[in-house]
Design a protein around this ligand. Structure first.
Ligand code: ADP
Ligand code: MG
Length: 449
């Protein structure tokens, strides 16, 4: 990537993350070229900025960079004067015990992704239990363990946790963790360098093989083929295999049928979208960590509840928001109030707002009360339609950033005062009628999930 390309990219970044963020975090970066191994280097004035950018804008930056320059694989932030790499995380978590017999060139494990730091709730309890079991390193009972779920729900975290656990409990085992992309990369490299024998030997000598994001090999025929052989060879030797993907085996397109059925032959468990309780639990556990990092920082009541309600199901987004909030508050030296939160996270809150649309709310509410969408929106005033309509209006007001007139328009061109009345009515009823309160809570959860 040239400096000109970086210049153009900066403009786009400024549009995406907003001018304030851009000025505070991206502008101070000095682009220093791409090194041979695909590492794009940025010079930063302080370690803190490097860390912050890597945590909060790392993925975004990387995806922009790779779209401009296919060579780029990683980012590195170096403090401008001494050129040492900035640590990627603000607080290095205590490293789990060092690996033994760790000669296999797997991807590095993240020290923060352990079972201790994984918060368990309804949406992930099954996946967690299965991961725990495999992490014990006992007899292989289900093979493979196939974990799937949407982005940021903890698949990689669980896989790393299994690997850490196995390294402690079963240091005799060769555990290899890598992404499907890395598998392909190694495979292609082996082909090119005529080292297929070494490649096969290496992969067949592991005791536990973990391949993350396996959907990546869909449509890549020779990689699939090799993966299939590796897989079979290991299963035949009763070696444990753990796979993750962003969807269920039968939903991965362009995957050979024999691979699909192999993947389904063990235990398939999914990580469901987070719910409010899980999000709150995760936030609370992260705040505990921050307390050591920012001991003097004050956090007003209800902030975490607010974030758990308002921020989407992706835990990565949730974490990013919290990190930014703490960093920002400590920079400006102020307590974390509701006002500061809304200010600092305006873009995140807006982005997650957009996720729930008025149509979606209307559909869900109609479904819930078992009435037709046309009746929900239409002119009829009978109680059976009017109450659900008010619930829907209330939810639109709570869960979207639409104005009352806008909401009115979308409910068959009603006046904004009608909407206001409906919203008020439900607010009152929530306190008096537990059925309504339950309905609203249930719908809110379904919509936010
Ligand atoms: P995925 O691989 O499913 O896209 P990750 O495992 O990378 O998601 O998780 C995204 C981020 O969210 C990570 O920082 C991870 O530690 C965190 N995370 C996800 N689920 C949990 C959880 N249940 N408890 C604590 N942290 C979590
Ligand atoms: Mg992942």
């Amino acid at each position: 990537m040239t400096q000109e390309q970086w210049g153009a990219l900066q403009d786009r970044l400024s549009d995406t993350i907003g001018e304030n963020n851009y000025k505070a975090w991206i502008k101070p970066l000095e682009y220093n070229g791409v090194e041979d191994d695909g590492v794009a280097v940025f010079l930063v004035p302080t370690n803190f900025i490097g860390t912050y950018v890597s945590q909060n804008f790392g993925d975004l930056l990387l995806s922009h960079l790779t779209s401009v320059d296919g060579q780029v694989r990683r980012l590195q932030f170096r403090v401008a004067n001494n050129q040492r790499p900035a640590t990627a995380r603000p607080k290095p978590a205590p490293q789990p015990p060092a690996a033994q017999g760790d000669l296999l060139p797997g991807a590095p494990l993240d020290g923060r992704f352990t079972f201790d730091s994984f918060v368990v709730g309804k949406p992930n309890e099954l996946a967690h239990a299965a991961a725990r079991r495999v992490g014990e390193g006992g007899t292989v009972t289900f093979n493979p363990l196939f974990l799937y779920g949407g982005v940021g729900l903890g698949k990689t975290h669980l896989m790393h946790a299994i690997a850490w656990e196995l390294r402690t409990r079963r240091p005799d085992l060769n555990v290899l963790y890598l992404s499907a992309e890395q598998f392909m990369y190694r495979f292609v490299q082996a082909l090119r360098e005529r080292k297929m024998m070494d490649f096969k030997e290496l992969f067949r000598s592991v005791d536990v093989l973990m391949v993350d994001d396996v959907q990546f090999i869909a449509g890549k025929d020779s990689t699939q083929e090799e993966f299939f052989h590796t897989f079979n060879a290991l299963v035949d030797q009763n070696k444990q295999i753990i796979i993750s993907a962003d969807r269920a085996p039968d939903e991965i397109k362009d995957l050979e049928n024999r691979i699909r059925s192999r993947l389904q032959s063990g235990l398939v468990v999914d990580l469901h979208p987070t719910d409010y309780e899980l999000r709150l639990g995760i936030l609370q556990s992260k705040v505990q960590n921050y307390r050591t990092q920012y001991p003097s920082l004050q956090l007003e009541d209800n902030i975490l509840e607010f974030l758990a309600h308002r921020i989407s199901t992706n835990v990565r987004v949730l974490e990013g928001a919290l990190t930014r909030l703490f960093a920002f508050a400590s920079l400006v030296g102020q307590p974390i109030t509701m006002e500061l939160t809304q200010d600092c996270l305006a873009d995140v809150l807006r982005a997650s707002d957009r996720k729930i649309s008025i149509e979606e709310i209307q559909r869900k509410v109609a479904e819930h009360y078992n009435i037709r969408l046309s009746d929900l929106i239409g002119p009829k005033r009978v109680r059976n339609f009017a109450r659900p309509r008010q619930v829907a209006m209330y939810l639109c007001k709570q869960l979207t950033s639409r104005s009352l007139p806008e909401i009115g328009r979308r409910f068959g061109g009603r006046d904004h005062t009608t909407v206001m009345h409906g919203v008020k009515r439900i607010e009152e009823l929530r306190g008096q009628d537990s059925q309504i309160a339950d309905d609203v809570e249930l719908l809110r959860r379904a919509l936010e999930a």
